[in-house]
Design a protein. Structure first.
Length: 161
């Protein structure tokens, strides 16, 4: 009868059950961390995409208002793609008169406009556009504002001159 003997050099090769369980535990902790980073970055990408699209909607709404040569003060609103809701506010602002800011005032941080006269037909508007996306997975809002100057034709007097 042949007897099978274990060689002493084969006994030390391989992993024990405890070593395998520790390796699996370490691997699972690393994978959980990586998955958390991955989902957080996907959330950030989604939020950035919504914010960028919201700014584009605000810019489009503002441009559609500013293309009108006879802009009037008031409140305007609309929606885009059943996701974004925009609201615009147009407010007429006072124009600076020539005498209000002297050109030799070195401490003034306002611009001197020597071409603006008190009787000018210059109209100055502030346009504020607010966009929100409340019904999405990541609700938020964005705002754009600008100043719009309009110089109209000289108004004719009653005597025709």
């Amino acid at each position: 009868m042949k007897r099978i003997e274990r060689s002493s050099d084969l006994a030390g090769k391989g992993f024990t059950l405890l070593e395998i369980m520790v390796a699996i535990a370490i691997l699972s902790l690393v994978l959980v961390g990586v998955m958390h980073i991955f989902t957080s970055s996907l959330k950030g990408v989604s939020q950035s995409k919504l914010y960028t699209e919201g700014l584009m909607v605000a810019q489009q709404a503002m441009e559609s208002l500013l293309i009108n040569p006879r802009l009037e003060p008031g409140t305007y609103s609309g929606s885009y793609n059943d996701t974004f809701i925009w609201e615009a506010e147009v407010v007429e602002r006072a124009t600076p008169a020539q005498e209000t800011i002297p050109p030799d005032d070195a401490n003034s941080n306002q611009m001197y406009l020597d071409w603006v006269e008190e009787e000018s037909t210059l109209k100055l508007f502030e346009v504020i556009v607010r966009v929100s996306w409340p019904e999405t997975g990541y609700p938020g809002h964005a705002q754009l504002s600008t100043l719009y100057a309009y110089v109209g034709p000289e108004e004719e007097s009653e005597d025709g001159s």
